[in-house]
Design a protein around this ligand. Sequence first.
Ligand SMILES: Nc1ncnc2c1ncn2[C@@H]1O[C@H](COP(=O)(O)OP(=O)(O)OP(=O)(O)O)[C@@H](O)[C@H]1O
Ligand SMILES: CC(=O)N[C@H]1[C@@H]2OC[C@@H](O2)[C@@H](O)[C@@H]1O[C@H](C)C(=O)O
Length: 398
Amino acid sequence: MNLQIERLYQISRKKARLIIGLMSGTSLDGLDIALCRIAHAGKITKIQLEKFSTMEYDDEFRTRVREVFAKRHIDQQLFSGLNAYIGITHANLINAALKQWNIANSEIDCIASHGQTVYHAPKSLTKDQNWPNSTLQIGDGDHIAVHTGIITLSDFRQKHIAAGGEGAPLAAYGDYLLFSHPTENRFLLNIGGISNFTFIPSHQTKLKAYATDLGPGNTMMNQYMKTHFDTEMDKDAQMAKTGCVNEDLLNQLLAEEFLKLPFPKTTGPELFNLIYLQRAQHSSKTTDLPHKDVMATLNRFAAQAMVNGIRSQTEGLTDIAVYISGGGLHNPLLFDYIKTSLPACKVQSFATLGIDPDAKEAVLFALLANETLAGNKSNVADIKDSPAVCMGKISLPE
Ligand SMILES: Nc1ncnc2c1ncn2[C@@H]1O[C@H](COP(=O)(O)OP(=O)(O)OP(=O)(O)O)[C@@H](O)[C@H]1O
Ligand SMILES: CC(=O)N[C@H]1[C@@H]2OC[C@@H](O2)[C@@H](O)[C@@H]1O[C@H](C)C(=O)O
């Protein structure tokens, strides 16, 4: 018998597993590494975040990924190389984190790797009903397994699409298993590059949990700051705070068809990018706005799309709480606008639920791997419009 298969079998039968969850989002700030101790599976899952670190990418890594990221026309040689290069880079960052934490690689049961999304193309983007939904995450799992010596699960989104979904948001599965509440109706709002929420109804309603993307989170603000000021973000909204929201531009930005589609739906920077902004500026005759006003408007656009999305789902509900995670939580202008615009909801940081908000998505992938190893699809059969599947491809180190 292949000893690695035997190891896999033993891991799946353990009472608790030590799983490293990885997330590398659209903002390319770094690789989020969450070391989780996970006991059981399904609704009785117990999870403890033992360590968390965002290992920063260097400029070369960011530049190379940006050459293909969300682009329709790319250099195939670079693209092929990136699949290996990202896998090796991620493996090196995991090895470095484990060394910092003084933990031997052999203590880890498995790695759950999201990879780097390079293109996300649901039918709402392609507008072609005869072409499949598709999404692509690169950073090959075999490279991670070989370079860390740890069994690796990767490429989680393909099964979701194969079974009828759009490949995202996968957050619904973990959020539903971990954060259901007897009396509180919960929106778990994540503000990454793209904003998305998971709605988890209280046990008193007959509603079902689901997750959906909403629109841009930080991505358009980041792209604008990168292009005009060569910085990665508008830290603490310093620029947006000094500008004025331009209502004509804001209304034009909010007119996008995607924002009116019913939930659940998914999107990405393939739609919400600076070309989208330029078109909206032309249509609204606001091409000569000062940068600070554009940033104030982009900030409001992101916040308003989130507020509109949540408001549209709260009718008839009481005891509503919104828990915010992702980098946008640290943007005070975004946070304050969302909070004041949703007076019927208790709006607070996701940290209130006991997990570091920056670690949420990496923890989610650890949990998905745990379900694949030790759970079964019936654990996640109750999520609206999302297939009941266990996800992730398994790479053995030898
Ligand atoms: N202090 C801050 N002020 C303003 N914005 C911030 C601050 N800290 C983080 N952010 C924003 O959060 C982003 C990082 O968020 P996060 O790590 O959740 O994104 P991501 O994982 O790349 O997104 P996704 O998972 O949606 O692709 C930064 O690029 C920045 O735009
Ligand atoms: C294709 C892709 O990478 N989508 C991400 C992205 O980042 C936020 C939003 O868009 C969400 O749909 C998803 O990630 C989270 C982790 C998810 O699947 O739930």
